[in-house]
Design a protein around this ligand. Structure first.
Ligand code: HEC
Length: 135
C-alpha cells in the first residue's frame, strides 16, 4: 500500500516535470493557443504554413485528407513521438506511400510547429478554415 502510493507520487512528479519541460508556452497541456476559433499562436501558425507548403498536396489543405490520410483523425491516435518518427522516416502502408522528410531542413526544424497546428486541428480547436495569426 505504502509502496503503491510512493510510486503514484513519483509518477505524478515525473509528469509535472515532463510537462514543464515540453510545454513551456502554456499552463495546460495543449501545444497551441487558439483565440476566437480563428487565430493561432505564432508557432502553430508557422506549423500551418509549413503544412501548406509541404504536406497539403497529399493530406488536404487543412489536413482533412486526400491521397494521404486525414491527419486531424490520425493525431487522435498517434503520439508526438510516432508523428515525428513517421514524418522523419516516411511511411508505406495500406493507404500508400509517404516520402521521408529528414532531408528537408525546414520540415525537420518545424516538426514541433507542424505537430502543434495538426494537434489544434485534431482537438477541434481550429476547424477546416484558413487560420490567422494572433497579433
Ligand atoms: C506524396 C504525398 C504525401 C506528402 C507530400 C505527405 N504525406 Fe504524409 N502520408 C502520405 C500517405 C500516403 C500516408 C499513409 C501511409 C500509409 O500508412 O499507408 C501518409 C501518412 C502520414 C502520417 C501517419 C498517419 C497515421 O495515421 O499513421 C503522418 C503523421 C503524416 N503522413 C504527416 C505528414 C506531414 C507532416 C507531411 C508534410 C511534412 C506529409 N505527411 C506529407 C502521403 C504524403
Amino acid at each position: 500500500m505504502k509502496l503503491n502510493r510512493k510510486i503514484i507520487m513519483i509518477a505524478s512528479a515525473a509528469t509535472l516535470a515532463f510537462g514543464a519541460i515540453s510545454l513551456p508556452a502554456s499552463a495546460d497541456d495543449a501545444p497551441y493557443t487558439v483565440t476566437d476559433g480563428t487565430h493561432l499562436d505564432a508557432d502553430s501558425y508557422k506549423g500551418f504554413k509549413l503544412f501548406r507548403n509541404w504536406c497539403a498536396r497529399c493530406h488536404g489543405t487543412y489536413g482533412q485528407g486526400m491521397v494521404g490520410p486525414n491527419l486531424a483523425d490520425s493525431l487522435k491516435f498517434i503520439s508526438k513521438d510516432e508523428f515525428t518518427k513517421t514524418v522523419t522516416n516516411g511511411k508505406s502502408g495500406t493507404i500508400g506511400s509517404m516520402p521521408a522528410w529528414k532531408k528537408n531542413k525546414k520540415v525537420v526544424a518545424g516538426m514541433d510547429q507542424l505537430y502543434s497546428y495538426l494537434k489544434a486541428r485534431s482537438d477541434g480547436a481550429i476547424g477546416v478554415i484558413k487560420p490567422k495569426k494572433t497579433k
